[in-house]
Design a protein around this ligand. Structure first.
Ligand SMILES: [Zn+2]
Length: 224
């Protein structure tokens, strides 16, 4: 069952249902000055858990996964760390993985028009042949050119609300600056800049080949 709190500022966090055992993350407490938002390129928090469990040490994981219905799962204690950036340069001793708290949001990611049905958008399984929605279902996706893609699955309102409350909570708990990158930098890959950034950033800022969080993520919904 989710853990509830009497403090209305504290989000409801489920710390038991999808919990990685010790050994599936690095059980070492590190000061935090950065939150990195990701999305899963999948359809549920459970599928992320199933992918990550059993990797042993050297695990890829994030402390939090926020599901489509807004449920916040804590996968491991957020003061600890796991590999989540995949940066091979400018990351000595996995410095940026260690100093950051990763939040994965369940989202299928980029969409592409079906090869035979121009009114259908697909997501990535089986070479982008898996139906996601119709082009007429404009509440399901966002148009925008980003790293060669043009359509991106939307984030539900409940998910935005949960991520906002989780970010606020983590900024308070870990004294992470509650600031966003300058608007002009939010979509950019710029390792030199972001390696010195403290606050709330996203995976696309640290890797030129990543799509998360993309143009469907509305930064203004964080209320910062
Ligand atoms: Zn990512």
């Amino acid at each position: 069952m989710p853990t509830t709190s009497a403090n209305p500022l504290t989000p409801v966090i489920d710390r038991t249902t999808l919990r990685l055992p010790e050994g599936e993350y690095v059980n070492q407490t590190v000061p935090k000055d950065l939150i990195v938002l990701h999305y899963t390129a999948g359809s549920s928090a459970r599928s992320v858990f199933n992918t990550w469990i059993g990797q042993g040490s050297g695990s890829v994981a994030t402390a939090y996964v926020v599901d489509l219905d807004g449920t916040i799962y804590e996968f491991f204690p957020p003061g600890c760390w796991a590999y989540h950036l995949g940066m091979k340069e400018r990351n000595p001793g996995w410095y940026h993985d260690r100093r950051s708290i990763g939040i994965e949001m369940v989202n299928v990611g980029p969409l592409r028009p079906d090869a035979e049905r121009a009114d259908q958008l697909n997501w990535w399984p089986n070479d982008y042949s898996t139906p996601y929605c119709l082009t007429s279902e404009t509440d399901q996706y966002t148009r925008g050119v980003f790293r060669g893609c043009r359509y991106f699955a939307n984030f539900p309102g409940a998910q935005f609300e949960s991520v906002q409350s989780l970010v606020d909570h983590l900024c308070r708990e870990y004294k992470i600056p509650r600031v966003l990158p300058p608007r002009a930098r939010r979509d950019e890959y710029d390792a030199r800049y972001f390696c010195g950034f403290q606050g709330i950033a996203s995976h696309q800022n640290f890797r030129p080949d990543k799509f998360d969080v993309g143009p469907a993520w509305d930064w203004s919904r964080l209320g910062i």
